[in-house]
Design a protein around this ligand. Structure first.
Ligand SMILES: *Cc1c(COP(=O)(O)O)cnc(C)c1O
Length: 351
């Protein structure tokens, strides 16, 4: 892989050189009169650590990388936007996405006036490396792989991700929001070999901090330095950094929750598969199931009317009549199953 910084938009490269040349205070001090804060207060009166030092050290240790190989975002959604802004020249470069996949890649590209190209997944929702690579040529500068994929739950094989990363001359973003639910190994192991890979993870799903907005980008330290230069300086609040530190200390408890959710996923999958009103339940490596039913709109309305909200994904390519159902607590899953297994309602929902 050639120098990854050569992929960065030229004006960002110049801007980064300027901002890192500024000397920041780096000694010990007890009197802080530099940031126009109110000195009377008990914690939240001070701005948060802009480089998230404590959190970065803990995440690095948990993930087996160096602290300068990761950047914390206000959710991984912020990092998706930053990556597009760093690498893609509006109206010139393009991003490549798989259909169906997570919608934010397209939203962020559209907001930044960057063209979106797409390749369709196979009928079984697997992603063909050949079709990806056959579309990965200029002006495509950045490619988004979501594994396990939202909304299908399917993972790409680690060898396939590696092959894409080695073959494509642009940036390969691997979104691993659901990796904790998957048997697959993380693409983090690719980082030492492939300087063009950025791995996104989040504390929003398995770790249970969706309300706190904490996402992580892992990449070559040169890319991380650019992300840190471009991000809003105080993008993760004191409260959110503390919540993330606390959650990561309780990883035994979270591991147990993930195990339970995976076993509930398989229980839901087999019970739903047995229903005559269900056509297909896609095998999932995430904490949700994509379920093809005879009439998704009718089932969605039926469930809503009884206080159970799922996501209708029917408008996405290949997802006609598909609902995406998040795995809940055992009691929540029982409530869903009780509604759908009721024979009276099955007649109502049948074609
Ligand atoms: C939920 C989700 C995210 C969002 O993560 P945040 O850290 O909450 O912004 C990113 N990618 C995918 C594929 C997701 O499903």
């Amino acid at each position: 892989m050639a120098d990854v910084l050569s992929l960065v938009r030229p004006h960002i490269r110049r801007f980064q050189a300027y901002s890192s040349a500024r000397s920041e205070f780096a000694g010990n001090a007890s009197v802080w009169l530099d940031a126009n804060e109110n000195p009377f207060g008990s914690g939240l009166n001070r701005y948060p650590d802009p480089v998230h030092s404590s959190l970065s050290v803990l995440v690095a240790q948990r993930k087996g990388v160096q602290p300068d190989e990761l950047c914390i975002g206000n959710g991984s959604d912020e990092l998706i936007d930053l990556l597009i802004r760093i690498f893609c020249e509006p109206q010139r470069d393009a991003v490549l996405v798989v259909q169906p996949s997570y919608g934010m890649y397209e939203v962020c590209a559209a907001v930044n006036n960057v063209e979106v190209r797409s390749v369709l997944a196979e009928a079984d929702f697997s992603v063909s490396v050949e079709s990806l690579l056959s579309a990965a040529f200029p002006p495509v500068k950045m490619l988004f792989l979501c594994s396990p994929n939202n909304p299908t739950g399917r993972s790409m094989a680690a060898e396939d991700i590696a092959l894409v990363a080695r073959s494509f001359g642009g940036v390969v973003v691997v979104d691993e929001a659901y990796i904790d639910f998957a048997p697959q190994q993380s693409a983090l192991s690719l980082l030492s070999e492939c300087a063009n890979v950025v791995v996104l993870q989040t504390l929003s799903k398995a770790v249970g901090l969706a309300g706190a907005r904490v996402g992580m980008a892992f990449a070559h330290r040169d890319i991380i330095a650019v992300l840190r230069a471009v991000k809003p300086p105080y993008n993760v609040s004191v409260l959110n950094q503390q919540a993330a530190l606390d959650a990561l200390q309780r990883d035994g408890e979270i591991h147990e929750q993930v195990r339970l959710l995976c076993s509930e996923r398989e229980r839901l999958r087999s019970r739903l598969s047995a229903l005559p009103i269900v056509r297909e339940v896609v095998p999932s490596d995430a904490n949700f199931l994509l379920v093809r039913v005879v009439d998704a709109a009718a089932m969605y309305r039926f469930l809503c009317g009884r206080g159970v909200v799922v996501r209708n994904r029917s408008s996405l390519p290949l997802c006609q009549n598909c609902l995406r159902i998040t795995v809940g607590t055992p009691a929540e899953n029982d409530a869903l199953l009780a509604l759908l297994e009721d024979t009276f309602y099955q007649k109502m929902l049948a074609p």
